[in-house]
Design a protein around this ligand. Structure first.
Ligand code: ATP
Ligand code: MG
Length: 565
């Protein structure tokens, strides 16, 4: 599945040791547990590749489990998008699709068990009081006045919570652990809260009490027989409670939690709450906007699943928090497409060239290789005629010797075609160049004749045969490497890059691209990698997204800014 053997990491080492020690009857069972409250992002891809990758490599199993204990923020659109994204990344959970809500009845039973053991109680403190009683990192908490209720009273109250007798916030069920614990998560954490009037996407209106994530997660793992429950570092402090729950409920299995560092990507935000804000406030055109770090966005942008898997493998899995350069992700897709994307020519900012010595009524078909190194990708026909488009950036009236493109009175090779010479320039009334008058040398098809020095090669498209296309050129969505870590601005939105999208509506592509279907990827020679948009392109209306430039222009820019360039 991955392009190379997956690299080992500390979690794989733990699994190797567990297997050697004969733990879990030699089973390896992981799970990927998204909450369906948004679309998945590239950080989730790291977790997906880790969990599903381990299951694959150890002949184990990975469950897809929706952690759906917060119904007011969740919906089926998110459930469906998550399934689509995991599948697209190349992973298959088979039959093993679960919902924490599948276990609501069992979880209720475990809560009753805790009450019966004197390890849980119904509390009437409101949220604010509870915060106050909890204490701080420096000061211990105080016991709730409801902490010492009898088992009978607790059982009765919990039953009545379930039956809907109390309004939202009037009661909670709490674990009875230790209000003096240095770990705040052990100061009688909430197990259940009341939520009326929400229709859960799986259980409808059946429940008005919902279990907390920290109570639900270990028990879901246990019920599914998960051996290694892999989560991100912010749950490290929750692990003692995870283990407490497993120890004190008669859970059918003892899963173990291991934490790894979450992926942070520079020039992006990754929290679902912030991504939701970008979508809801219209800063982007939806969850699959090609500038979004969501899997849906990357897919629409033109990323391949294998490039994302390669990325996940290269960044590795450690316990050290860090922030990965966007350039690393881009390098992965660049390498993939350098190998696999057919070449084509597209003129993004067209400038007309008239070849005066080429007969007006003539046209010929030249041949171009689809890939410089891969013969199997074949060749295509390129029509050539008296008028062609070149890019505005490929001509200057005057330029130094370093400029390897076309200048007035100079020569350049049209890629896969002839050498042309610029004889004169036509300008409009504002002095803008609108047309070049050139001549061509019919003897230059294929090779340069002896003794001729033509420094530059530029791309072009036949004006008579070219096809108009809209081209969307993307840049970073944010202009700050850590938009949500900068405390000097009010909001991460202050770092939105106003130039993150340039839509070019006058571009012309070679005619072989006329029928290119949604999602097809190409290298436009000298311009970058592009994919046909999957939403807005239709027969007769070509729309391309720029996936990535040919080279890492950002690294160069950053070097220059640091004074190294
Ligand atoms: P967010 O903070 O974006 O809302 P989350 O952790 O709340 O993310 P979940 O749906 O609960 O989102 O995440 C599902 C799984 O993906 C969890 O196991 C979580 O640890 C993991 N995950 C989430 N974000 C990242 C990330 N940036 N890097 C690696 N793993 C992640
Ligand atoms: Mg979460």
């Amino acid at each position: 599945m991955s392009d190379q053997e997956p690299r080992t990491n500390f979690i794989r080492q733990i699994i190797d040791e567990d297997l050697k020690a004969g733990k879990n009857d030699g089973r390896v069972h992981t799970r990927f547990p998204p909450e369906p409250n948004g679309y998945l992002h590239i950080g989730h891809a790291k977790s997906i590749c880790l969990n599903f990758g381990i299951a694959r490599d150890y002949q184990g199993r990975c469950n897809l489990r929706f952690d759906d204990t917060n119904p007011h923020k969740e919906n089926m659109e998110y459930v469906e998008s998550i399934k689509e994204d995991v599948r697209w990344l190349g992973f298959d959970w088979g039959e093993h699709e679960f919902y924490a809500s599948d276990y609501f009845e069992k979880l209720y039973g475990f809560a009753v068990e805790l009450i019966e053991k004197g390890l849980a109680y119904v509390c009437e403190l409101n949220a604010e009081q509870m915060r106050e009683y909890r204490g701080t990192l420096k000061e211990p908490g105080r016991p709730s006045p409801y902490r010492d209720r009898s088992v009978e009273e607790n059982l009765d109250l919990f039953k009545r919570m379930r039956a809907g007798e109390f309004p939202d916030g009037a009661r909670t069920l709490r674990a009875k652990i230790d209000m003096g614990s240095p770990n705040m998560n052990l100061r009688d954490p909430t197990l259940y809260r009341i939520r009326h009037g929400v229709v859960h996407h799986q259980t409808g209106a059946e429940w008005c009490i919902y279990p907390m994530y920290d109570f639900t997660h270990p028990l879901s793992d246990a019920l599914e027989g998960v051996t290694h429950s892999l989560c991100t570092l912010e749950f490290e402090d929750h692990r003692p409670f995870y283990d407490w729950v497993i120890e004190n409920c008669s859970a059918p299995y003892v899963p173990r939690q291991y934490e790894f560092a979450r992926l942070n990507l520079q020039f992006a935000v990754m929290s679902k709450r912030k991504l939701t804000q970008l979508v809801d406030e219209g800063h982007v055109a939806g969850w699959d906007d090609p500038r979004m770090p969501t899997i849906a966005g990357l897919r629409r942008r033109g990323y391949t699943p294998s490039s994302i898997r390669t990325f996940a493998d290269r960044i590795g899995v450690t316990k050290a928090d860090n922030s990965v350069e966007m350039g690393m992700l881009e390098a992965c897709i660049r390498e993939d497409l350098d190998r696999n994307a057919p070449r084509a020519m597209a003129v993004l900012h067209p400038l007309k060239v008239v070849i005066e010595n080429y007969p007006e009524d003539q046209a010929e078909e030249l041949t171009a290789k689809n890939h410089p190194k891969d013969e199997e990708m074949g060749a295509r026909k390129l029509p050539f005629c008296r008028e062609v488009w070149i890019d505005q950036a490929d001509f200057r009236e005057q330029a130094s010797n370093k400029y390897k493109r076309l200048v007035l009175g100079g020569e350049v090779r049209l890629r896969n075609a002839y050498v042309i010479r610029c004889e004169s320039v036509i300008k409009d009334e504002h002095g803008e160049i609108i047309e070049l008058r050139c001549t061509y040398d019919p003897a230059t098809l294929g090779a340069n004749p002896e003794g001729r020095k033509v420094k530059g090669v530029i791309h072009w498209v036949s004006a008579r045969h070219g096809v108009p296309a809209e081209i969307r050129v993307y840049d970073r969505l944010f202009n700050h490497p850590a938009p949500d870590a900068d405390k000097s601005v009010e909001s991460f939105r202050d770092h939105l890059n106003p130039d993150s999208l340039h839509t070019l509506t006058n571009s012309i592509v070679e005619p072989s691209l006329a029928g290119a279907g949604p999602g097809r990827r190409f290298q436009f020679e000298r311009e970058g990698y592009f994919a046909v948009d999957t939403k807005d392109a239709h027969p007769g209306q070509l729309v391309f997204n720029r996936i990535v430039t040919l080279r890492d222009t950002w690294a160069k820019l950053e070097q220059q800014m640091a004074g190294k360039g």
